[in-house]
Design a protein around this ligand. Structure first.
Ligand SMILES: Cc1cc2nc3c(=O)[nH]c(=O)nc-3n(C[C@H](O)[C@H](O)[C@H](O)COP(=O)(O)OP(=O)(O)OC[C@H]3O[C@@H](n4cnc5c(N)ncnc54)[C@H](O)[C@@H]3O)c2cc1C
Length: 404
């Protein structure tokens, strides 16, 4: 059975101290005053040696790419727990920061390193992994959210050795500030192939390219620490050097690459949910013990105890799912889309329910930002929407159950 090791416990303790000393004092600026999260995240990277770790990981990934070896995650043996612990601990205070970080170092850098040539990895992947640059990963469009691949309208038309890209992407995390953008587009090769079935190509764009416009951050319900925006591509001209793998037929195809990301993103959601659940539970226990009504703490009322008990059940379940995911990753065992979807569906709902019940325990205090559970509740709400909505997770699980 997997458990946090002594080394992991030490990382948790140090991470908590960093969060208390370096993040909590700036939380208002990030959550309410529109200050982007990147400088604090960079500080976290340098304090914890994550930058050096990222450089070493990059060097290993590059060496494997050059030698044609399989990625480490598939071979097992690596410990994803350190990364997961930082996600979990950061999520206790600011899930939005985790969203920004995960998209930049996970989705954007991960896609470049997986599909790109060694030269492309060096050109873009390394700086994203170290957080020297900020990345975005753009697949969603105004008219093709859940139907992201089939309904995609952004097109890349061949023009000699180049492509001309037109279209727009929306809800793009880090979109307003990204230096590097991984962009999915449908190939328009003039053959008249039906739009839904066209090849999906993956390009890398740099901020400031002629024909690329990055919107201002959108106003959102939560996740205010994570800037989200729209991208507009108008006759944006790119050379083949920006097409990942420099081929229209990467191994498995562009669709498979996007789907690979869906699995890690969905399973990884358990860590984010666990952060929110653990924090809400701890805050609720403290509050319930301290709040006295009818001359006794509300923690002595059974209706409050029931809420705390259900929160604990959710915490245990999500933690078990997360440990299962870590253990399997270490053993090099892959997870099916249906399993990852089940984890995501349960964890996202559990985080939302727990955060909502925390507000209830706090009463009126739960409704004001000072007590923080309202922020966690607003931030957790998007867990049920991004990385595939609840309904899309259910579709993936049911499809797997009923196949064959
Ligand atoms: C804060 C935030 C950050 C994001 N970051 C990124 C990012 O970095 N990159 C990126 O590419 N995207 C990103 N997204 C987009 C996100 O992945 C989409 O919002 C999500 O996939 C849902 O798409 P949609 O919003 O268009 O909803 P829609 O697809 O329009 O869905 C509307 C409703 O219909 C339901 N529905 C759809 N199809 C079916 C069906 N077949 N059966 C039953 N119900 C169905 C949905 O579940 C939902 O309830 C982000 C979104 C948010 C809110």
């Amino acid at each position: 059975m997997y458990e946090w090791s002594e080394e992991h416990q030490a990382i948790i303790a140090v991470m908590r101290r960093f969060v208390d000393e370096e993040i909590r004092p700036h939380l208002d600026a990030i959550e309410h005053e529109g200050v982007p999260p990147y400088e604090i995240l960079r500080k976290m990277y340098s304090v914890f040696g994550l930058k050096e770790m990222a450089q070493e990981n990059f060097a290993r990934a590059l060496a494997r790419k050059v030698s044609g070896e399989e990625p480490a995650a598939r071979r097992g043996g690596s410990d994803p727990a350190a990364q997961i612990i930082s996600t979990l601990e950061l999520c206790r205070v600011s899930p939005g920061m985790v969203t920004s970080l995960g998209v930049s170092t996970g989705l954007a850098a991960g896609t470049i390193n997986k599909l790109g040539t060694p030269a492309q990895m060096e050109r873009w992947g390394k700086d994203l992994m170290t957080l020297d640059k900020v990345g975005a990963w753009a697949i969603t469009e105004p008219d093709s959210g859940s139907d992201a691949l089939g309904g995609m309208r952004t097109s890349a038309r061949r023009d000699g050795e180049e492509y001309i890209i037109n279209g727009s992407k929306t809800w793009i995390t880090n979109g307003p500030f990204a230096d590097t953008i991984v962009l999915y587009a449908k190939l328009d090769d003039g053959s008249g192939e039906e739009q839904r079935n066209r090849k999906v190509l993956t390009f890398v764009l740099d901020a400031g390219m002629p024909g690329l416009e990055q919107s201002k951050p959108m106003r959102k319900m939560g996740q205010k620490a994570s800037p989200t925006g729209t991208l507009f591509m108008t006759d944006l001209r790119v050379g083949k050097d920006r097409l990942l793998g420099e081929t229209e037929d990467p191994q498995g195809g562009g669709r498979a690459s996007a789907k690979d990301n869906f699995v890690s993103e969905r399973a990884g959601m358990a860590a984010m949910a666990l952060g929110v659940i653990s924090e809400c539970l701890e805050l609720s226990i403290d509050y319930a013990k301290g709040r006295k009504l009818w001359e006794k703490p509300i923690s002595e009322y059974q209706l409050i105890q029931q809420k705390l008990a259900y929160m604990e059940v959710a915490r245990v379940n999500v933690q078990n799912m997360l440990f299962n995911y870590i253990e399997r990753s270490q053993n090099g065992a892959s997870m099916s889309m249906a399993e990852a979807s089940a984890i995501k569906l349960y964890s996202a709902r559990a985080a939302c329910e727990v955060a909502d019940e925390a507000i209830q325990i706090f009463g009126g205090n739960g409704y004001v930002s000072e007590y923080r559970v309202e922020q966690l509740s607003r931030d957790a709400r998007v867990f049920r929407i991004y990385a595939g909505t609840d309904e899309m997770q259910i579709v993936a699980i049911a499809r797997d159950l009923l196949k064959g």
